[in-house]
Design a protein around this ligand. Sequence first.
Ligand SMILES: C[S@@+](CC[C@H](N)C(=O)[O-])C[C@H]1O[C@@H](n2cnc3c(N)ncnc32)[C@H](O)[C@@H]1O
Length: 392
Amino acid sequence: MPGLQHSLTLNKNLDQRARERFTSSMRAWVLTDLAGQMQADYEQASTDAGESHCSGEAVHQFLKNRGLFKWYSSLRCATQELVWQSVLRAIESDPDSVEKIGTAAPPEQGGSLALDDTIALPDYIDTMDVHLMPGNYQGGHSDGAEAGVVYDNGLDVFSFGVMGENLDDIGHSMANFTRLKWPELNPKLIVDVGCTIGHNTVPWKQTFPEAEVHGLDAASPCLKYGHARAEAMGVPIAFKQALCDALPYSDSSVDVVFSSMFLHELPTPFIKAFFNEAYRVLKPGGVLINMELPPNDALGAYAAFYLDWDCFYNNEPFYKDFRDLSYSGLCSDAGFAEQDFFQATMPRFTYVSEAEFARASGADATFDADTGRLSDTITWYAFGAQKSGASR
Ligand SMILES: C[S@@+](CC[C@H](N)C(=O)[O-])C[C@H]1O[C@@H](n2cnc3c(N)ncnc32)[C@H](O)[C@@H]1O
């Protein structure tokens, strides 16, 4: 069953559960039914007006004053705020267990937590509540793990059951895609950059039990919680506080650099610096794989508008800039050979049979322009490159 199943789940009373369920259902309705009506309205209205639009911006301008667009937008904003409010209420009513999560020594499963209080957070992290999350990932610089609790429980409400048990389907999908696409890889060190609470880091260890798996992030409260969470699940992960533009590894020492839903939250110079770092630390034959939203140059105008909505209305200021970049250009500018670029879409690993996953994520799989719409039929998009060089 999708949703949080691990033992750090907060005790929630019936009212709190009802509030969360209402918020999830409302989001599911807005993102499927109402979104469908908005698209139908756009198609009819643009046909009636004799207009066709060649970019997401043009669609946005055309729709801005239409009732359905306003309705969709205000309900999405309202339900985004409800996500955090419903979770914060549960946290405020159970402060003891939140406190315990941050301070109690987790059971020893062999994982570790290395924080670095000399790291100065970049301004873009420190000055904004991304996707309206109160206090952002660093929880307003609190000492505890509360921001991690907020994120885990909030993402559970936000994603209305489409992200797998313990919100780990992206990690399972990307790890198994990697296992199937590069069967000779045999990774010894896998690094998840921007791991937040490690929900998509854990599946890499479950897929590659022989590998050492690290989860890196800038935000210490999320790492503290992620460490406790992974230990509670019995999965040893090494969590480290680090920035993506200064990966704490020597040259050619890492087999897989992974990121998930990470790049779209970075200003472009940080994205480029991260790609340079990924190229530097990867061994020849190692793989950079990023799960992300698909690029605008691969989408039609309406899909580009739809995915960029968050940039304008959900405190995601870098979303569109990132999706306007050439993803293959990012890889080749960092040093990867052009022919080693890959992009793929895949079904959710934990929702389909392994045979179906293998078929649909194979090398000849086609790109699905609808990828990225949060709905119960979502498929994941990934891109990256294998570092060429001497055989492994
Ligand atoms: C959207 S979350 C990533 C979500 C997660 N990887 C997943 O699979 O759902 C973005 C994360 O990136 C971290 N972050 C932002 N800028 C960073 C940077 N320059 N270096 C390292 N982590 C950063 C934030 O603290 C946050 O935890």
